[in-house]
Design a protein around this ligand. Structure first.
Ligand SMILES: *Cc1c(COP(=O)(O)O)cnc(C)c1O
Length: 359
């Protein structure tokens, strides 16, 4: 069996050790005579998995006591709507627009009919940087996208706000230690950095949960899930099990600090290859905003067929998922936690060789 290097943006690579452990346990989970997929979400067998996932997230991501960790469904896209539904208080919600995902979050605020304001945007430059963001002290809440998966930009530091800061961290959750003193709610779909699609992680301060209006449906209230330890209804049990294995893997790698160091080294290797290509490769993101998770780049003469050719060669060499998103074109290498240094080295070697042949 040959495993490819998967540079896809999401769903994306999962560590091989995690897949193998799931395979070993798939049919008979720890001698229980059934799969974890078949177990009741009220069983002791599942309960242990559920709580282990929660405990490991709190331990490894250093989530303070005043936050609840929730496992929801509906993806980050449902959070775009749940945030205004639960947190709007009749004042103004403020957003920074740093790409397509931020724009979608803004659209849901609009659909909810709440008052909102876009305080900063890099749309004019095709979202190639993180703009300076200044939120009002009296906003109902402020919303940012920490890593812009398509454009390959990432905040170096979260804005300091008086109003609650809400972060869509779908594509960089668990990739570096975050500063919880600046955060009030952080959410992410699991399928980029934390496991398979199907579970959405929401980490929310307890004191934000009481804002919710009576008209919000039970399932769309953070409070419902917080009060029941994310077991109000059937949670995505298999996804949570996989998430627990991914967290164990992170722990085995030395924790999120060690993962962050490796992520920096991987990204440096790729950006160095772009910087040292004599202009053959052109990064989309401005250097001060470069993402450590998604490296979006073009080949200097965008109109030639070189980009398609490089994608084709990469596939022949066992690398997949490198074709860039249509809004940027070119190539995008998603180098989440599960991408090995070896995979990045293979890509860089191909890029250097390709540039030599076509410069
Ligand atoms: C992928 C992604 C989303 C969408 O996530 P779903 O779970 O598919 O709804 C939202 N925001 C960001 C930053 C993403 O990368």
């Amino acid at each position: 069996m040959g495993r490819v290097f998967n540079f896809g943006a999401g769903p994306s690579a999962i560590p091989l050790e995690v897949l193998e452990e799931a395979q070993r346990e798939l049919v008979d989970f720890k001698g229980n005579g059934l799969s974890i997929m078949e177990a009741s979400h009220r069983s002791a067998m599942y309960d242990e998995v559920h709580n282990e996932a929660l405990t490991l997230i709190r331990e490894l991501y250093k989530v303070p006591e005043e936050f609840d960790i929730l496992f929801l469904q509906g993806g980050a896209s449902t959070q775009f709507a749940m945030v205004p539904m639960n947190l709007s208080q009749g004042g103004v919600a403020e957003y920074a627009d740093t790409g397509s995902w931020s724009s979608k979050a803004i659209k849901e605020a609009q659909i909810q009919g709440i008052d909102y304001k876009v305080v900063a945007s890099s749309k004019e430059s095709n979202y190639n940087h993180i703009p300076e963001v200044n939120f009002s002290d009296d906003a109902d809440y402020c919303h940012i996208t920490s890593n812009n998966t398509i454009y390959g930009t990432q905040y170096r530091e979260f804005p300091l706000t008086k109003a609650p800061l809400i972060i869509d961290a779908s594509s960089d959750i668990f990739s570096y230690p975050v500063d919880w003193s600046r955060i009030d709610l952080l959410y992410a779909g699991a399928q980029k950095n934390a496991g398979p699609a199907g579970v959405t992680i929401v980490i929310i301060k307890k004191d934000l949960q009481d804002r919710v209006k009576d008209s919000v449906p039970t399932m769309l209230r953070y409070k419902t899930h917080a009060e029941k330890n994310s077991l109000y209804n059937t949670p995505p049990t298999f996804g949570i099990y996989m998430l627990s294995l991914v967290m164990k893997w992170i722990k085995g790698q030395g924790g999120i600090e060690a993962i962050a160091k490796r992520n920096e080294a991987k990204a440096k290797l790729l950006y160095d290859a772009i910087n040292q290509s004599n202009g053959f490769y052109v990064g989309h993101a401005r250097e001060d905003s470069r993402s450590l998770m998604n490296v979006s780049f073009n080949i200097k003469d965008k109109d030639s067929d070189l980009e398609a050719k490089l994608v084709k060669e990469s596939e022949e060499a066992g690398m997949i998922g490198l074709k860039g998103h249509r809004s940027v074109g070119g190539l995008r290498a998603s180098i989440y936690n599960a991408m090995s240094m070896e995979g990045v080295e293979a890509l860089v070697a191909l890029m250097q060789d390709f540039a030599k042949r076509h410069a």
